[in-house]
Design a protein around this ligand. Structure first.
Ligand code: ADP
Length: 605
């Protein structure tokens, strides 16, 4: 029979995997058992609505058979099985997604558990086997198939005999070497130990010599006192293919009108591709031990889409389709309840484990902010206490902390919007606020200004950008002084405005500047920062701020402008253009013609 080759990339990966000095080779059994359990989940779910399955919850099982004389280990299940096509698809290609990443990780990995993360579980059998045979019959099919492979040099598929629906994976173990005693994997003590260690909470019996090896009680069904931190760690990493620890675990045991148990995790790190469409949100949904759905989206709101976990509820009616379940009233009650629990858990973390919370926020804060501005700000008020911002105090601050420590005279919550904390701190407008002892929040995400604008205020204190035309930071004396100076130099300001033409709506003397010569502000509701943001969105580039060039009347640059205005209009125009260019640079806006600006500067020098 002709041998089929694995897809080119798959072959390379398989080579790597077989030859890698992977210290956790024993996990292959967990992977094979977990595939068997998934296959049973599928058929078990079908049996709820399809009488022809002919099996009920209690009939499903995973059987292990050992034959040390032939170095043979077999894992059989009565799950959904595979057709010829699915065999080819599933076992002919390794690591359907992210194979490049997988390869890179594998090359650098020694001890981390990466197998499960990349959907290559089945192939881990080749770490311990010289030959793997998969005999399978799909539900609804009369024909069985046998897939067989010695590893990287390809595989064969042929028709075969199998009386019942399901899958049998037979592994012939490698010869022992210095690093590993492969023959132990067909010894009862070793296999029993591995099942207890890795597969204890598989919800179907795992049977060896007529004896059930696993306790079958999933972690979320066990009393809290019986679940160790280690159990949770292992469960989280195995189940959700997580590469780092979780930041917080949330356990819910709800009784009453709607009964359910939930075991939820707040991840510490965003998984690869989290902020892309690749990431699927949702919790695993079970009902009385039957798996209903792997990613039940309706159980978590968008703002908490990073949450991973399982929900198990006997209250759900099982005999309905997944589509109908989404509209189920019970499910909605559970979802609402879970949302509250997540929020409370995050608040608790913020209170009691600040360092960890801030780490969490650097990863998922953006998600929470998006959650606040979406759906017309429906959740903004609910989520506002979860926000932390960088501030001029050098630490992350909550809005409450900001307001609680405001000097009495301070009317507003001041913020500066910029691409980074350093840029925000450098803004000329920030100086005056700092001089008054007012804290400034540094808003460094695009969405931040929308967040504060949707909130409007916090505890009755309105938000105010330090770029605003009216920041109320200046003293009465300063105001009067600027007004007087404006009257005296009106000609110069009008000249400057005319020189800049349509680039600006106005040129004014500033109240806000102390040591810097210029800054830009906006005369309409679109701030300079919002304009920058809209400029990155197709079809929105027309949304623009009405730019105002603000000049520091006490700065020597302005005096130079006034002098030139009296003696040399051309020189005055050059100074105006340079000042405007400077203001654009400080605001991190593109310069229309950098070479022209450079020429003007050289000219003046
Ligand atoms: P993953 O389980 O992460 O998808 P695997 O490489 O372990 O990746 O398995 C690939 C696919 O092969 C599975 O998704 C499943 O569709 C199929 N498969 C593996 N083992 C079995 C089994 N015992 N019964 C039915 N299908 C299986």
């Amino acid at each position: 029979m002709p041998k089929k080759q694995f897809k080119a990339e798959s072959k390379k990966l398989l080579d790597l995997m077989i030859n890698s000095i992977y210290t956790h080779k024993e996990i292959f059994l967990r992977e094979i058992i977990s595939n068997a359990s998934d296959a049973i989940d599928k058929l078990c779910y079908m049996s709820l609505t399809d009488e022809n399955v002919g099996l009920s919850r209690a009939n499903f099982k995973i059987e292990i058979a050992l034959d040390p004389s032939q170095r043979k280990l077999t894992v059989s299940d009565n799950g959904v099985g595979m057709t010829r096509e699915t065999l080819e698809q599933n076992l002919g290609t390794i690591a359907k997604s992210g194979s490049g990443e997988f390869k890179a990780t594998l090359e650098n990995a020694e001890d981390i558990d990466i197998i499960g993360q990349f959907g290559v579980g089945f192939y881990s059998a080749f770490m311990v086997s010289s030959n793997v045979t998969v005999l399978t019959r799909a539900y609804g099919s009369d024909t069985a198939y046998e897939w067989s492979s010695n590893g990287a040099d390809g595989y064969t598929i042929k028709e075969a005999e199998k009386e019942t629906v399901g899958t049998c994976v037979t592994m012939i173990l490698k010869e022992d070497d210095d690093n590993e005693k492969y023959s132990d994997f067909c010894e009862k003590w070793r296999v029993t130990g591995l099942v207890k260690k890795y597969s204890d909470y598989i919800r179907y019996p795992i049977i060896l010599d007529g004896e059930t090896l696993n306790s079958m009680v999933p972690l979320w069904q066990r009393p809290k006192s019986e679940v160790t931190k280690e159990d949770l760690d292992k469960f989280y990493k195995d189940k959700f293919a997580a590469s780092s620890d979780y930041a917080k675990v949330i356990r819910v045991d709800a009784e009453g009108t709607v009964e359910y148990k939930a075991l939820l995790f707040v991840p510490q790190k965003a998984p690869m591709g989290y902020y892309t469409t690749e990431y699927k949100k949702g919790l695993e949904l079970y009902s009385s031990g039957v798996m209903i759905m792997t990613d039940c989206e309706d159980l978590v709101p968008e703002c908490f889409r990073f949450i991973r976990g399982v929900v198990d509820s006997p209250s759900l009616s099982l005999n309905i389709s997944r589509e109908m379940l989404q509209h189920d009233k019970q499910l909605r009650v559970i979802a609402a309840n879970i949302e509250k629990k997540i929020k409370a858990a995050l608040e608790e973390m913020l209170r009691e484990d600040r360092v960890r919370y801030e780490e969490f926020f650097t990863q998922f804060g953006l998600q929470i902010k998006y959650g606040m501005v979406s759906d017309y700000g429906m959740r903004a008020q609910e989520l506002k206490d979860l926000l932390v911002f960088h501030s001029s105090r050098g630490s992350y601050e909550t809005l409450k902390e900001y307001v609680d420590t405001m000097p009495e005279a301070q009317e507003y919550i001041y913020y500066a919007r910029a691409a980074s904390v350093e840029r925000a701190a450098d803004l000329p407008q920030a100086e005056m606020a700092r001089d008054k002892g007012y804290e400034i929040l540094y808003l460094t995400d695009d969405v931040d200004e929308f967040v504060v604008s949707i909130l409007g205020d916090f505890d009755g204190k309105k938000f105010k950008s330090i770029n605003d035309k009216d920041t109320a930071l200046e003293s009465e004396d300063k105001k009067e002084e600027v007004e007087k100076q404006t009257q005296e130099t009106q000609d110069v300001l009008t000249f400057a405005k005319e020189t800049l033409g349509s680039a600006v709506t106005d040129v004014r003397l500033s109240h806000k500047l102390k040591s810097h010569p210029v800054c830009l502000s906006s005369d309409n509701d679109v701030t300079i920062e919002m304009e920058k943001y809209f400029a990155t969105i197709p079809n929105q580039t027309e949304i623009k701020a009405q730019r105002v060039l603000e000049i520091n009347g006490s700065h020597k640059a302005f005096r130079a402008l006034c002098d030139a205005f009296d003696s040399d209009k051309e020189r005055a125009a050059t100074i105006v253009k340079i000042l405007y260019g400077e203001a654009c640079l400080i605001a991190d806006l593109p310069i229309d013609s950098p070479s022209e600006l450079a020429n003007l500067i050289s000219e003046i020098m």
